[in-house]
Design a protein around this ligand. Structure first.
Ligand code: SAH
Length: 258
């Protein structure tokens, strides 16, 4: 069995209890060395075989999984954040299906959650934005035409951009062209939850300049939207004294909260 495990965004305490147990019992671990905190590997038993996938091709990763499976062993495939986002797990699962090797996924705390925590931010503020667009600039990996930054920007909802730190001039242009006013608040969160985490608040038009000033070139998320502005939002209905819910009877107004 292969266990795809989300390592969390950096802080080794942010792996799930299940992920930790899997590492503590692992005979073989293949970890994404470019982003997974190596401190997590200290949880593995002394005699655990450890491979850094940053130096491996998909074929080599699958070969290790296949060899270990034939030897009757489980493999932990440790991915950064949550494996479902930009994790390249589908291609591994498809090969494992072809080889009839079973697998399961143990989710992790994505860096977009780590970044919100670092900023003390709620992405979904009533009256401001109730949606989060998770996307990226096109790099070597193509992005479908219908998912261009400009088309998402038209909604002016909260946006979180992965894998885009090297393309901030173009990102700002696309965001503004698509509909965000140039002074829309933005944040750059570098290495969220790591000891050397950095967070910078700026405006959409200033992203490239702000990253240059702080010498940030990779391992960062860009967050855009008025939820960063500190402006007035609506308080939640759920915790409004006048609002009746399944668990609590409201006082003073009718059940619709009018
Ligand atoms: N599956 C991962 C994302 C992998 S793609 C997740 O759920 O977080 C790699 C990109 O994620 C990086 O280029 C960067 O944009 C972002 N990233 C990963 N870890 C990060 C962290 N600790 N802080 C900020 N951005 C991070």
């Amino acid at each position: 069995m292969v266990h795809f495990v989300g390592a969390g965004p950096g802080d080794p305490d942010l792996i799930t209890v299940k992920g930790r147990r899997l590492l503590e019992g692992a005979q073989t671990v293949i970890y994404a060395g470019s982003l997974v905190n190596p401190a997590l590997l200290e949880l593995c038993p002394e005699d655990c075989r450890i491979y850094d996938s940053a130096r491996m091709t998909l074929e080599e990763v699958i070969q290790v999984m296949e060899e270990r499976h034939e030897a009757g062993q489980d493999v932990v495939r440790l991915h950064t954040g949550d494996p479902s986002l930009y994790g390249a797990i589908r291609e591994q699962m498809d090969r494992l299906d072809e080889l009839s090797i079973p697998y399961e996924v143990c989710p992790g705390v994505s860096s977009f959650s780590g970044a919100a925590a670092a900023l003390g931010l709620e992405y979904t503020l009533p009256g401001i934005s109730q949606s989060v667009v998770i996307t990226r600039m096109e790099g070597r990996t193509p992005v479908p035409e219908r998912e261009k930054i400009q088309s998402f920007a038209a909604h002016q909802s909260t946006m979180v951009l992965f894998l885009s730190t090297g393309l901030l001039e173009q990102l700002s242009e696309a965001l503004i062209e698509g509909g965000y006013p140039p002074d829309t608040p933005a944040a750059i969160v570098y290495k969220a939850t790591w000891p050397d985490e950095k967070k910078i608040l700026c405006q959409v038009s200033e992203l490239a300049e702000a990253a240059r000033r702080e010498d940030i070139r990779k391992t960062a998320l860009i967050i855009v939207g008025r939820v960063l502005s500190g402006e007035a939002y609506q308080r939640s209905c759920l915790y409004d004294p006048a609002f009746t819910t399944e668990f609590r009877k409201g006082k003073g107004r009718d059940e619709d909260g009018k």
